[in-house]
Design a protein around this ligand. Sequence first.
Ligand SMILES: NC(=O)c1ccc[n+]([C@@H]2O[C@H](COP(=O)([O-])OP(=O)(O)OC[C@H]3O[C@@H](n4cnc5c(N)ncnc54)[C@H](OP(=O)(O)O)[C@@H]3O)[C@@H](O)[C@H]2O)c1
Length: 264
Amino acid sequence: MRPMAFDLVGRRALVTGASSGIGREIARVLAAKGAHLVICARRVDRMEELAESLRSAHGTEVGVIEADLAAPGGAAALIDEVEALGHPIDVLVNNAGLGIHGHGVEHDWEAEERMITLNVTALAQLSKHFARAMVARGEGCLLQVASIAAFQPCPGYAAYGATKSFVLHHGEALAEELRDTGVGVTVLCPGSTNTEFFEVSGNDRSPIQLRTSLDADVVAQAAVAAMVAGRRVVVTGLSNKLGVWGLRLVPRRLQAILARKVLE
Ligand SMILES: NC(=O)c1ccc[n+]([C@@H]2O[C@H](COP(=O)([O-])OP(=O)(O)OC[C@H]3O[C@@H](n4cnc5c(N)ncnc54)[C@H](OP(=O)(O)O)[C@@H]3O)[C@@H](O)[C@H]2O)c1
């Protein structure tokens, strides 16, 4: 933990996947706390609307960049565009991501490859680039959006769950490597959250997922509070926290069987 809370006033945050859901709400929370923003995703009209509302509500400076982070070279192109704006990035929110529901062997490879590029490759490339500059300046924050899917094998979301395990373990390891640099890394692990995620992934939520769902603004508040406080991992919602804790007592084979009941 860093000794003092990270002050967001006047800082500049890059938020990926800010056109909807958790990313849009994190952008709102950061702006309300005084940060300026660079936001990116594919749907520019949605981001322009958000940018306009944040400019008028808080006087936030907002740069909008169209980016396809699932495309080869997408993250590199975003880095070039952000660097061309000429402002150092103090906070990187690696939020853009999607899932594909169903049996892994049946998924179209091109779609699965795009998901892995988005959830893993782009996140790792953006983290490396912006964290290096933060380390050189001796301060900054990374907020990496994983999932409670990261904590166990996920039948029904096999490849998606594995991408989120990457995000969790990569983030926790980076946090330790960067411990004495002034740069914090926080991994957000939401459970079921009311966003477009399930529609995009082609999945109707199970009754337990519906019962435990949180709204995206609640998840965003918890994420930013944890990041500012320098926490390494934040699981949102009491039932999710208990579930993740309880998994430690369950053999991995049984974890997969239990997860299948919830996710399939
Ligand atoms: N909702 C949940 O239950 C839940 C639970 C755990 C973790 N998460 C994680 O939370 C993060 C945000 O998801 P969400 O729930 O807020 O879902 P969402 O409403 O579908 O938002 C996903 C965001 O990612 C962006 N995105 C998707 N493909 C992209 C691409 N190729 N290039 C750039 N941006 C792209 C989308 O923007 P465009 O479509 O405009 O590009 C959108 O802004 C994801 O990493 C997800 O895995 C969600």
